[in-house]
Ligand binder design. Sequence first.
Ligand code: SF4
Length: 358
Amino acid sequence: MTGCAAQTQARMFAEMAEVDRVVGNDDKMRGDAWRHARVAFDAAAGFGIASEEKIAVADIMAVREMAPHLLEGFQKGLPRVFVQVQNGCDHRCTFCIIPYGRGNSRSVPMGAVVDQVRALLERGHAEIVLTGVDLTSYGADLPGAPKLGLLTKQILRHVPELKRLRISSIDQVEVDRDLLDVIADDERLMPHLHLSLQSGDDLILKRMKRRHSRDDAVQFCAQVRRLRPDIAFGADIIAGFPTETEEMFARSKDLVEACGLTFLHVFPYSPRPGTPAARMPQVSGEVIKQRAKRLRATGEAALQKRLASEIGATRQILIESGTQGRTEHFMPVAIAGETPGAVRTLAITGHDGARLTV
Ligand code: SF4
């Protein structure tokens, strides 16, 4: 048993007779944490081991280094691959259990990331996505504290053969000047950003212990759109956070329009035991469900608007499979008879309600 749940609830899992070993999120990268498990399993046939003997879970908050990424894990020729450059999080949003499972923020040095990207291109991958738990806090633990913007600049400068670089979810208040420069100046950084917005109401944002206001989010989107007018934004929004009134929810809903969001990830709030938000006055389950549904409908309308606006455009489409590709803006495209991994320049002629057509 390993992963974030094993890290945060080790004792509960250790008490289950069918669990042989509970291995922490950092410990899982160490051979001895598993070797001990095998001995215990052979000797005692996996059962009857005292629960505390089963636990190999160190203090994740003490972990300072990131395990090197396992390049070998990728299937050869996969068109899009992920490079995790950062793990953990120093923030403590009141609804989130992630820092307790992943520990504090730590980053992969820039040189190692550049080498990884180069190696992945040599293996035939066409598009690289930089990922992290709190990606925009990249580098604070490294010598000289380089930021995500500098990392993207270094990758694009030192790997000129890279044609498509994408960044996954970001916290927009942490975006630095270099990253804005890259967004404005380098077309190889794909014009699609996924933002961790969570709510459109200032009081809820405070209760969430987020570090931005509604106005910060709106201003950020406007600023980026001035730099790269065709940019597509996605966002995470939570529906039904504790104490959320109908008026507060309405402000989350109209954030979709105010920020010009295209891809909405809606999370109906659910309490994570041990977090401060779990102790706040809760919104009823039925209201949460209804608000999530209404928010998804708003997101769906925004997506339809973008699908329609793409008609007539010419896009660089990365072929993902025998039936689907993705534009630079991450819009899905129904496609047939193309080779996965190729990038084709094609005119968008229509859409089927879910995907663009060519
Ligand atoms: S929501 Fe994101 S920023 Fe906040 S604590 Fe969780 S991982 Fe960190």
